[in-house]
Design a protein around this ligand. Structure first.
Ligand code: PGA
Length: 244
């Protein structure tokens, strides 16, 4: 039985005062809750988070230390008390020219630092229109996911780029197709660990559509952007996940 996971990605939003929402989040049994604030808030977030709410970073560097101005190492994320790190978000793949190879190196660094990686992948609108979605997902999976990943070290988040921050959520049939495909690939590659890895859906998840998304067999939770910024929006998503 896979534990459910509700992860919030604050992106470049939030401040110290916003961390007050952590204490207002529900923490249902069988459900992990994670908030990934911007890096300057990590320490404070760890201090502010009640038991049952974990903290994650939004990115890490592949190297352990060195002359990489502005970057943060996976070990620094762990040292701050965070337990998760997002890698390969499409905003970083596009805005920072990160390749799947880069993403894989970051995921290896995260694993070595003892963090759980939330590894994002997903197709663009053009790729979907050209019916290339599953090829793109297959390519990203094989190039981004490190060998020897386990259900403890890796969570995969399917985030169709066209659904991120747009209000255009994928249909249950589209989500089923991609999540079932990812599950098959992970089982082929990792055996029982592939069956135990959590798969999240991300892209315009809201209180109003969460229950429908969580009804899919291979959806174990969500990676939520905009709706994770307030407890008012994120709490009903966590509750819908716990009920699913
Ligand atoms: P969104 O973002 O929920 O605001 O669409 C999701 C994400 O980018 O992780």
């Amino acid at each position: 039985m896979r534990r459910k996971l509700a992860a919030g990605n604050w992106k470049m939003n939030g401040d110290a005062a916003a961390l007050g929402m952590l204490a207002e989040l529900p923490r249902p049994e069988g459900c992990d809750v994670v908030i990934c604030p911007p890096a300057p808030l990590l320490y404070r977030a760890v201090e502010a988070a009640p038991a049952g709410v974990a903290i994650g970073a939004q990115d890490c560097h592949a190297q352990a230390a060195g002359a990489f101005t502005g970057d943060i190492a996976a070990a620094m994320v762990a040292d701050a008390g965070a337990r998760y790190v997002i890698v390969g978000h499409s905003e970083r793949r596009a805005g920072h020219q990160e390749t799947s190879r880069d993403v894989r190196a970051k995921a290896v660094a995260a694993r070595d630092a003892g963090l759980t990686t939330i590894l994002c992948l997903g197709e663009s609108a053009e790729e979907r229109a050209a019916e290339n979605t599953l090829d793109i997902i297959a390519g990203q999976l094989s190039a981004s996911v490190p060998d020897a990943s386990t259900a403890q070290t890796l969570v995969v988040a399917y985030e169709p780029i066209w659904a991120i921050g747009t209000g255009a959520v994928a249909t249950p049939a589209q989500i089923d197709e991609v999540h079932d495909f990812i599950r098959d690939r992970l089982i082929t590659r990792f055996g029982p660990d592939g069956a135990a890895m959590r798969l999240l859906y991300g892209g315009s998840v809201k209180p109003s559509n969460a229950a429908e998304i969580f009804a899919s067999d291979n959806v174990d939770g969500a990676l939520v952007g905009g709706a994770s910024l307030s407890a008012q929006d994120f709490a009903p998503i966590i509750e819908a996940l716990a009920r699913s």
